[in-house]
Design a protein around this ligand. Structure first.
Ligand code: ADP
Length: 592
């Protein structure tokens, strides 16, 4: 993205605050005028005092000059303080508002994106978060630099240059001559430091990552006695950072010294030139101070050039990442308009192929019919494509080819939000939000009454456990055990009360007692609904009316348990292995 590209993208964020911008600009303009007052006053007062001294006059006659200088300079300082306050405050206000809008807009935008966006390579949560954070902070810093640093400094510099040219073209040209030299040195400085700055950033990230790794794996490190090795790894990173910092600092100081030298050459040249003109009678003696002070105003912003250049470079890099996310309009969740009064729940997959955004092909010519108000089990080894089928039925992704129909209408034509309102999803590990149990259950239906929430927990077999907690429904849900959280998620689905339910290994990570209780909750849910269950649990598979067995993204068999079993294929292999792993004979003996 070019500077202009960023500018074009940032404008809409600045527009709502145009009055703040106008105020800041006006104050900046006034501020750049007051910045020249000292030079003008000194010019005038030196000449006036010089005249008096030469005329042999003293304090008595000079009193008015002193009073005038005092009043003007104090008045100017007062005005400058007010302007500087206003200018900084408005600039900062603008920065804060824009920062808030940049952060909020991207969150709102991202929430409208389809799941494919989030599973694309390079869009992993940590990376997205870093891109957003860096984008927002670097752009707000850019806005701050522009309004608080660049604008006042440069407008004051331009005004000072104009005053110098107005007084004497040669002095003006000398001052102007120094500016490009400064630019060139800054350019080389930035170029030289760029690589090292990037290295420093990577090393710092690696160091932070390393510390996080140590803290997260402290148990493993200790159990394998790897403290020294881990310490050594960090030491290498520290050395990298130290070496890098030393080189960076050395280079920066070298260039700073060079720039300072050039600036002082400018000052010397201006002193010589103005002294020459004073001696030649072209200028009065006050002009020497006048020009030196003006030149100081000219060189002030270019002294900051390097910092501004760096910050703009950062903004350029990071804002690109931000706007890439912001402008991904093609990632918007697709939606049709079909919203029937009642959803029956008959799904048909016809020749469905599907590839994940990272290129993994997960389904090959899948055909399935899921009858309404029945239970269908998807069976297969891990990676067979079962969850992918559920992802497609929930419209999280679109098939590459083939069609998916619900109640005879292509899923593409369904209103996406309406469709998901009618589907309940329980996963192996359900997401519990940072909030109370009641809040987590109400996520299924914000309007549910307290009685309905209680009822749902009863159906999910967790009511008694909740009532035994000191804070009952106000307990933080993240403090519950895995099995309890799973039942909270099931209660959430009871509250939602959808006609279609997808259960993706809902009991996989639970202990036997919790599994049995959840089986009861699920049995309660199943009534009169279309249920698709992915499970390795024999009891849950046998309970279903239809079974689809899958392998390598293809449907291998389908039918009732007996039909699939008699086909002597994948289903039978998986079923037999599961039965053997249970050691049914011994279990049966014990139960006798
Ligand atoms: P199952 O549910 O049967 O265990 P999945 O449907 O989860 O299998 O996975 C099928 C294939 O798709 C696997 O090869 C898996 O690696 C891949 N896969 C699953 N989810 C994603 C994803 N979000 N991005 C890329 N590939 C995925």
């Amino acid at each position: 993205m070019t500077n202009f590209g960023i500018f074009k993208n940032v404008i809409p964020f600045v527009k709502p605050y145009k009055w703040l911008v106008v105020c800041t600009l006006v104050l900046t303009l006034v501020g750049s005028v007051t910045a020249q007052v000292n030079a003008v006053v000194l010019n005038w007062s030196v000449d006036e005092i010089n005249k008096l001294v030469q005329a042999g006059k003293g304090m008595l006659e000079g009193k008015t000059i002193l009073i005038t200088i005092t009043v003007i300079l104090l008045g100017k300082e007062l005005l400058s303080a007010l302007i500087s306050f206003g200018q900084r405050f408005f600039g900062e206000k603008l920065r804060i508002y824009i920062s808030q809008d940049l952060a909020q807009n991207i969150i709102e935008k991202m929430l409208t994106y389809r799941l494919a966006f989030f599973s694309r390579n390079g869009n992993e949560p940590g990376k997205l978060q870093t891109r957003i954070d860096r984008g927002v902070s670097s752009m707000t810093r850019m806005i701050q630099i522009f309004f608080i640093d660049i604008l006042p400094l440069f407008s004051s510099a331009i005004l000072a240059l104009i005053l110098m040219f107005k007084q004497n073209v040669y002095v003006g040209l000398t001052a102007l001559f120094i500016v490009p030299i400064y630019f060139i040195i800054t350019y080389f400085q930035a170029k030289k430091l760029k690589g090292w700055r990037e290295n420093l950033r990577y090393s710092r990230e690696a160091k932070n990552h390393g510390i996080m790794n140590i803290l997260e794996s402290i148990n493993v490190i200790k159990s394998f006695n790897r403290e020294q090795i881990e310490g050594q790894k960090q030491l290498k990173l520290q050395h990298d950072i130290t070496d890098n910092q030393l080189v960076t600092r050395k280079t920066a100081y070298y260039f700073d010294a060079l720039k300072s030298f050039v600036e002082q050459i400018g000052v010397v040249l201006i002193i010589i030139l103005t002294a020459y003109f004073v001696l030649g009678g072209v200028m009065t003696i006050g002009a020497i101070m006048y020009h030196i002070m003006l030149f100081n105003n000219v060189s002030a912003p270019i002294r900051q050039l390097h910092r501004i250049y760096d910050e703009l470079n950062d903004a350029l890099i990071y804002s690109e990442g931000y706007f890439e996310i912001m402008n991904s309009d093609s990632e918007k969740e697709p939606s049709g308009t079909y919203k029937p009064e009642k959803v029956l729940g008959k799904f048909e997959l016809q020749g469905v192929d599907f590839t994940y955004p990272n290129g993994t092909k997960a389904l090959f010519g899948v055909n399935m019919t899921i009858e309404p108000s029945t239970i269908t089990a998807l069976v297969g080894l891990s990676g067979a494509g079962k969850s992918t089928v559920v992802n497609l039925l929930d419209k999280f992704y679109m098939p590459d080819c083939g069609r998916i129909l619900l109640d005879g209408v292509d899923l593409r034509d369904w209103d996406t939000q309406y469709l998901r309102d009618n589907i309940g999803l329980v996963l192996q590990k359900n997401h519990i939000f940072d909030g109370t149990i009641a809040e987590n259950i109400r996520y299924g239906n914000e309007k549910a009454t307290d009685e309905e929430v209680e009822e749902a927990t009863k159906k999910a077999y967790i009511y008694d456990q909740v009532m035994n907690l000191p804070k009952k429904f106000e307990t933080k849900a993240t403090e519950l055990s895995g099995g309890q959280q799973q039942r909270v998620a099931i209660a959430r689905m009871f509250i939602k009360n959808p006609p279609i339910i997808f259960l993706d290994e809902p009991t996989a990570s639970l202990d036997a007692i919790a599994t049995e209780q959840i089986k009861n909750s699920i049995d309660a849910i199943k009534k009169d609904r279309t249920v698709i269950i992915i499970s390795h649990s024999l009891s849950q598979i046998i309970d279903s009316e239809t079974i689809y067995s899958m392998e390598h993204g293809k449907v291998m068999e389908h039918g009732t348990h007996e039909e699939c079993y008699s086909m002597n294929g994948v289903y039978r292999r998986i079923f037999d292995a599961s039965a053997r792993s249970l050691n049914i004979e011994k279990i049966a003996k014990t139960m006798e």
